[in-house]
Design a protein around this ligand. Sequence first.
Ligand code: EPZ
Length: 423
Amino acid sequence: MAKFLVQKSNPLKGEVTISGAKNAVLPIMAATLLTEEKCEIKDVPALRDVDVMCDLLESLGAAVYKDLDANRVEIQAGGDVLCEAPFDLVKMMRASILVLGALIIRSGRAVIHLPGGCAIGKRPVELHLKGLKAMGVEIDEEQLHRGIIDARAEKLKGTTIYLDFPSVGATEVIIMAAALAEGTTVLENAAQEPEIVDLANFLNKMGARIKGAGTDTIKIDGVDSLRGVSHNVIPDRIEAGTFMVGAAMTRGNVLIKNVVPDHLKAVIAKLKECGAYVEMGEDGVRVRGDLNEITATDIKTLPYPGFPTDMQSPFMALLTVAKGPSVVIETVFENRFMHVGEFNRMGANIKTSGNCSIIPGDKKLKGAQVVATDLRAGAAVVLTGLVAEGTTEVSQIYHIDRGYEKFVEKLKALGANIMRVEE
Ligand code: EPZ
C-alpha cells in the first residue's frame, strides 16, 4: 500500500490551480443516463471516484470515453441501459446511489446493493427513497431490509416533496427523476450547495426546466426528453479551502487560482477571524498567513451556506497550531471526528465529547505514523505534517486519491516537503 512521507516544510509559497469539483462531476456524470445522446464533460478532475463512476456507467451499458489527461470525459447512454448497479463498484463509492433516479426513469427499474456505513456515519438514503416514492416509485421493502434498493416505476408523476434534512444526494436524485417526470415537482427544504446549482445548470442545458437551484425550494417542470450537451464543471471549493488553510497555517503566501470566492464565504470568513489575510483578485484568491499571528476561532458545520462539513477536518488542522483554544461542533455527520485521534498522535491534545471537540491550540506538533480516516481527514493530517517537527507517515492514502487531484504535485510546487512511497 502506498503512503505519504511528510516533513516539516517551509511556509507554502507560490500558485496553485484548483481542479473541477468531485461532488459536482459525480451527479453530472450520473445525469448523462437521462439522454441517449452524447454528453461531453470538461474540467473533470482525475480522481479515483471519477474512474469508479465511469466504470459504473459502462457496466450499465453506457459508452464512456475517458481522457483524464485532458480532464474530459464523453458519455453516451444510447440503447438499452441495464438496471442493476454492480456491488463491487457501489461498495467502492457511496455516490453510486446518484444513478438511482436516472436508472428508474431510463429502464423503469433500479437495483442497487447499498454498502454499509462508512467512517463518517451510517449514510442512510431514506430521504432519496421518500422523494421517489412520492413520485410513484415502488420500493421492495423486503429487499430494502436486506440493504438492497429494488425500485420500479412505469411513469413518474411530479408532486411536492419536503426533505426532513437538506440532503445533497437526495436533492440530486430527486431533481434527476423529476426532470423527466410528468408534471411539476416542488422540492422543499432542498440542499443549496453550489454542486446542486451546477447539476441544475447541466440539466437545463439538456432541456430540463429547473428553477430555484441554490435555494431551499426547487421547482422542476417535467419534459419529454433531454439532449446531449457539453459542460464545464465548477471548481472544487473544498480543494480550494484545503489549500487556503494550508497557506494560512504554514504562515505562507499562496495565490489560489480557478476559485469561485462566493462558494467559500464561510471558510474565508473563518480564515479572516483567525488572522489570515484573504484577498480576492482578478486571477484568484491570495491567502497569507505571514502577516498576523494565526489565532483560534470556533467552528460549527452546517448545510450550505453554513461552514462545510468537508472543511471541518482541514480547518481543525489549522486550529491545532493556532494561538488559543477552539471549539468545533459537527452537526452534519454523526461520526466525523475520526481524525482527532490522528491529530492527537502528533500531540494536539484534542478532547471530544459527542459532536463537539475542544482544541487547546498553541501546539508544537511532532511527526507520527497516522492514518487517513476519510478523504478530507487525510488531507488534514498532511497539512499538520507540514508544520510538525520531523516526519509524518500517512497511510491509507487511497482516501486522498479519491478527492484530491495531483495532491502531492500541487503541494510540492508550493514548497512542501512530501513524497509518495510504495510500501
Ligand atoms: C454529499 O454527501 C457529499 N458527497 C459529501 O462529501 C458531503 O460531506 C455531504 O454531501 C454533505 O455536504 C458527494 O456529493 C458525492 P447528505 P451526501 O445526503 O449526499 C444524513 C466528501 O468528502 N442523511 O447531504 O451523502 C446523512 O446521514 C464527501 O467529498 C439522512 O439522514 O450527504 C448525513 O448525516 C463526504 N438521510 C447528512 O444527512 C438521508 O436520506 C448529510 O448527508 C440522507 C442523508
